[in-house]
Design a protein around this ligand. Sequence first.
Ligand code: ZN
Length: 299
Amino acid sequence: MITPVALSPEEIALRAELRADVEKLAGEIGERNTACYGRLNAAAHFIVNSLGRAGLQPRRDTYELQRRACHNIETEIRGTRPEILLIGAHYDSVLGSPGANDNATGVAALLALARRFAARPTSKTLRFVAFVNEEPPYFLSEQMGSFVYASRCKARSDYISAMISLETIGYFSDAPHSQNYPVPGLGAFYPTVGNFIGFVSDLSSRALLRQFLVLFRRHAKIPSEGAALPSFIPGVSWSDQWSFWQYGYPGIMITDTAPFRYPHYHSAIDTPDKLDYDRFALVVSGIESALVDLAGVAR
Ligand SMILES: [Zn+2]
């Protein structure tokens, strides 16, 4: 059940980019993780090439896991200030799934944002990082790509004032009771229709959460909800922002809430045809505008 939304010409172009990159990752490449190591590397190769074509200089930040090289992929748009806004998305998919929503959507959004910021002067530095090995068996462990990456940031004393994790952002529904919650009672305070984009953090990142949500709502044409919750509530820590929290960096997750809404979560039929590219494009254009304000990017 889908309500039509109105897109600007820029958003129509963005929608086409997002769809093409989701189809590449989840359709053509498909399942990508260390059990399908060749396809994991094909995804890494695609991300490196995409960033290079945007005029950026991507770099593989590599670590070894069971004698295999695993690559986080980073690129930076230097600002006039050392302060870094880090936008991240994991590019692996869970075992047995092509991972269209989880998380080809996050990677497609990351690539689209990197293209849009590539040639623009900025005050704060923008860093884009595609993370490997977010899903089990590495999930919330020291072997997670983002955990290794965040530990290296800490060792170098990188000044990261915000980590923004793009996690499963392409599914929306207007059906009654299409939105569920990890804790009974949250549905009394939040919508029961899954037509919004969610912003989630732990309690210590709540100031960043509020700041980002205010900026997003200033521009975005899609409903949004924010929740700063204790990290033990199921779902709150379930992506790469968790890794940055472990090293004291503020982080938030932007998500359609994944298992609490999406019927095909972590399944073999999490395929590109399940997504709502109109509203996915509205989410990404809203994030772009919020980042322009937060980073001080030239318009
Ligand atoms: Zn995910």
